[in-house]
Design a protein. Structure first.
Length: 197
């Protein structure tokens, strides 16, 4: 169950693994009740002035994956690092370090080094651990005087992964669309559809 603002993709509140959803009218207002057993939680949404109500049952579960391969995603973001962060400058792609290959090795507008780990689908705790290892490897190579940031770039992230990311002092960037590359390699237009299931 997710509650969204009028604009934007990210929900302002959500309840993962909802066990039961019901709707009822009480005191002339419509209420939506969403509950789960573990941990015990009840979310009550009151509709004061509903404009439209629609309930659908999904026939097939699916996840969201950014269109294109991870290599295409890497190329597009290497060509347009401003999609990750304004002022970001890519120094290297697939930079090999002790713990593996860094997708994008960059420098931010303040001159700090940035390790970027890319995921086409929803980022998990495994991706956070991977990013943390890369940041640690770069930090050890550069020494204590250097500041090394870590950014996980993906269409979305799980709640446990976001918590672990914050606990480790790492960052998340939602990448929901990539520039479309033409035959010459130059960006043509933004993708009309952000995701494919």
């Amino acid at each position: 169950m997710q509650i969204h603002h009028p604009t934007g993709i990210k929900p302002m509140n959500w309840q993962p693994k909802t066990d039961r959803i019901t709707a009822e009218v009480a005191e002339d207002v419509c209420m939506l009740l969403a509950s789960r057993r573990s941990p015990e939680e009840l979310v009550q949404v009151v509709f004061l002035e509903p404009q439209v109500a629609l309930a659908l049952e999904l026939a097939q579960a699916g996840g969201f994956v950014l269109k294109g391969s991870e290599a295409q995603m890497q190329q597009a973001l290497a060509d347009h690092p401003e999609l990750i962060e304004p002022g970001l400058r890519v120094l290297n792609r697939e930079l090999m370090v002790e713990s593996g290959g860094i997708d994008l090795y960059a420098q931010d507008a303040q001159g700090r080094y940035v390790v970027v780990e890319l995921k086409r689908g929803r980022a998990t705790q495994h991706a956070v651990s991977q990013l943390a290892r890369y940041v640690r490897s770069v930090q050890q190579t550069l020494g204590a005087q250097a500041t090394v940031r870590g950014i996980l770039a993906a269409p979305s992230i799980t709640a446990p992964a976001r918590l672990e990311l914050e606990n480790r002092g790492l960052e998340f960037r939602e990448i929901s669309a990539l520039p479309d590359q033409g035959a010459s390699g130059a960006p043509v237009s933004a993708q009309p559809s952000l995701f494919e299931s």
